[in-house]
Design a protein around this ligand. Structure first.
Ligand code: PLP
Length: 661
């Protein structure tokens, strides 16, 4: 592993920089490739001559329009000075930072060509780059991308983690309902293939529960087996009739409610950790699965999904005969950066499979996914925990290492290049371990048959090029694909590439966390400070309380008052802010079991915690300052005083000011 000082050298050419230090580099790249684009246009049918006359630019109407464009741009550029300075190490708020130069330039340059990644026809170059980005991410997670073996992974970009999460639900719903549809279709056609499926018996001999509990790989295999049998009969008309009958039985045709009503089964459940992002609730609404079926698994004192509580939920699902579409683990929660025990979720899946209950495993790694690069050697193998730990004091804890090492056993993963990939919005990604799921989602003209009409075992890379056929979105930016794939080419997703930058962010968080004890001593008798959960990655939260105060409402009001000085107010310039942060609150109903420990550390009387939401300063929650440390320069600073140290001094000064006012 490289020494920390080398890391600062490593990042010098990679960003525009907090003070736009690399503006000349950026300018020269943009100008070079802008000219290149102009030549490209000029050389497409040069015999056609020019449509915009050379002397047009001297005409008054041309000049007037040019002035109008310019004046609107002046206004825009002036307005944008009220934008949020995400690029600066004084920004410790939300999950966004400076942009990596290679991706930024790729995005700007590609915009001139404006490719639409809905299909290869509209994006002959960038669709390939999108699938390349998907495979780069898949390999970082430990999925196989070898087309000569099954399962073979694939991935594509989305507008963000939210859409990738919807896609996971959509994929699981489709796959997990397929077995039943196949059986119903066969029954309707009066045909019953023998010796199929994992139990190698007649299709009609499978119980509803058995079919609902086929894994993705088993469903893929079953579909292929049945189609093969049908092909053997050599009757194309029958093949088509059967395909149609299955289509009529699928959840996509009947609708979620229709499908489950028809089979008289409990609506399917989705189990997420209680710290899940709100996009999961949105997704349940969008897909008509209903938020009543989204069950929150409690978290432990480290804000990680409690594996025993998960078992209890699975037990209940089995008892109530409710299918579990999937269990979702968080790899880096949005609020705390904490990491769920993905290894234990995978282990639970294997254990429950023995008992006849199967569920998909999805990892919402929108935030933490890229940290997997820190765990990968350049040859794609996994670093040992000792190797990863070099240069850190705490990271990675055994549970965190276990979670990252288990990623390759998940069915699918959400990751956001526009967060820790440092590329421009919009760029989320959905990565699936088995690319054959796309065969279940294919959206084509109505005459295409459900069972597929080809014999090759899996969709080739070329077939995947028609993206719009089996993803949620339609028209989509090819420039995002160029930005993501090019960034990964410059900075491979391993510990010598992007991982080097991410290591710096985790180190900043450790430094921050390790200062808490010292700060606590320095502030003794004035303000109490507490980190509600030890950080698992590069996000850290703090609760602060004036010494002697025992009322939660008063503590929350104090925290808000301090936060006021680091808050983004639309319409207000941020130049006067020393630091810009974010906040979150631990809600009363999410505090199960943790409230006492946290309140005791802060000196708050637990009796002042209540569940009546009244005004913003009320006491149904604990107000906390949230710090996302994703800027690689947090550990540097003017005069050798790092931004982390500067933040602590600023927070101390501000807290005292608020106390004194
Ligand atoms: C940010 C985030 C999302 C949502 O992603 P968007 O890109 O904002 O749509 C989902 N899950 C987690 C854990 C996140 O951090």
């Amino acid at each position: 592993m490289n020494a920390p000082d080398d890391d600062f050298d490593f990042i010098q050419p990679l960003f525009l920089g907090p003070a736009a230090e690399n503006d000349q580099l950026l300018e020269s790249l943009v100008v070079e490739f802008l000219r290149d684009h102009a030549y490209w246009r000029r050389n497409f049918h040069p015999e056609d001559g020019f449509r915009i006359e050379a002397d047009a630019r001297h005409r008054p109407d041309f000049l007037a329009m040019q002035a109008r464009i310019r004046s609107e741009l002046y206004k825009l550029s002036a307005d944008l000075k009220r934008a949020v300075p995400f690029f600066h190490p004084r920004y410790v708020g939300h999950m966004t930072g400076d942009l990596l130069l290679p991706g930024l330039v790729a995005k700007l340059v590609t915009t001139l060509y404006n490719p639409n990644n809905v299909s290869e026809e509209a994006a002959p170059v960038t669709v390939g780059m999108e699938l390349e980005a998907g495979e780069q991410l898949a390999r970082m997670f430990g999925f196989s991308c070898d087309e000569s073996k099954e399962p073979c992974a694939w991935g594509h970009l989305t507008g963000g983690g939210t859409v990738a999460n919807y896609e996971a639900l959509w994929n699981f719903r489709s796959l997990r309902c397929y077995g039943l549809a196949l059986q119903a279709g066969a029954a309707a056609e009066g045909w019953d293939p023998e010796g199929v499926g994992p139990a190698s018996k007649a299709l009609s001999a499978y119980t509803t529960w058995e079919l609902l509990n086929l894994s993705i790989d088993e469903t893929v295999a079953l579909r292929r087996e049945v189609a093969g049998r049908l092909r053997e009969l050599g009757d194309r008309a029958r093949f088509h009739a059967f395909s149609k009958a299955v289509r009529r039985e699928r959840v996509e045709h009947l609708g979620t409610a229709g499908f489950f009503l028809k089979h008289g089964i409990e609506p399917p459940r989705v189990l997420v950790s209680a710290s899940a992002h709100y996009s999961w609730a949105k997704g349940m609404k969008v897909l008509g699965l209903g938020t009543a079926q989204l069950l929150e698994v409690p978290v432990d004192a480290r804000m990680r999904m409690d594996a025993d509580a998960l078992d209890a939920e699975l037990e209940r699902a089995e008892r109530e005969r409710a299918p579990v579409l999937c269990v979702v683990g968080m790899l880096g929660t949005t609020e705390f950066g904490t990491v769920d025990p993905i290894d234990r979720i995978v282990e639970a899946r294997d254990r429950w499979k023995e008992r006849g209950l199967d569920f998909g495993v999805h990892v919402d790694a929108a935030w933490g996914g890229y940290l997997a690069s820190v765990f990968r050697r350049p040859d794609g193998s996994l670093h040992t925990r000792e190797e990863v730990a070099q240069g850190f004091r705490h990271f990675p804890s055994a549970p965190v290492y276990g979670a990252f090492a288990a990623l390759g056993h998940a069915d699918s993963i959400t990751v956001d290049p526009h967060k820790l990939g440092y590329v421009p919005y919009p760029a989320g990604a959905f990565i699936a371990r088995n690319r054959e799921v796309v065969d279940f989602l294919y959206q084509e003209a109505a005459y295409v048959f459900d069972l597929g009409d080809r014999e090759e075992p899996m969709p080739t890379r070329e077939k995947l090029h028609n993206l719009g056929q089996y993803i949620l979105e339609g028209s989509k930016p090819g420039n995002a694909a160029a930005a993501v794939a090019l960034t990964h080419r410059v900075l491979p997703l391993d510990s010598t590439g992007l991982g080097r930058i991410l290591r710096m962010t985790v180190r900043a968080c450790e430094e921050f966390y390790d200062s808490v004890a010292e700060v606590r001593a320095r502030w003794a008798g004035r303000v109490r400070v507490c980190t509600p959960f030890e950080p698992d990655s590069n996000l850290i939260c703090l609760a602060i309380n004036p010494e002697g105060n025992t009322s939660l409402a008063r503590m929350n009001a104090f925290g808000r008052e301090v936060f006021q000085r680091m808050k983004v107010e639309p319409g207000q310039s941020l130049q006067g802010h020393d630091f810009i942060g974010s906040y979150t609150s631990l809600r009363h109903d999410r505090l199960d079991g943790h409230a006492e420990r946290i309140l005791a550390e802060l000196g708050i009387d637990p009796a002042t915690l209540n569940d009546i939401p009244t005004d913003p300063d009320s006491a149904d929650h604990i107000f906390i300052l949230r710090h996302t440390l994703m800027n690689p320069w947090h550990l540097s600073g003017p005069d050798g005083v790092s931004y982390v140290e500067r933040y602590w001094s600023w927070l101390e000064r501000t807290a005292m000011e608020v106390l004194g006012s």
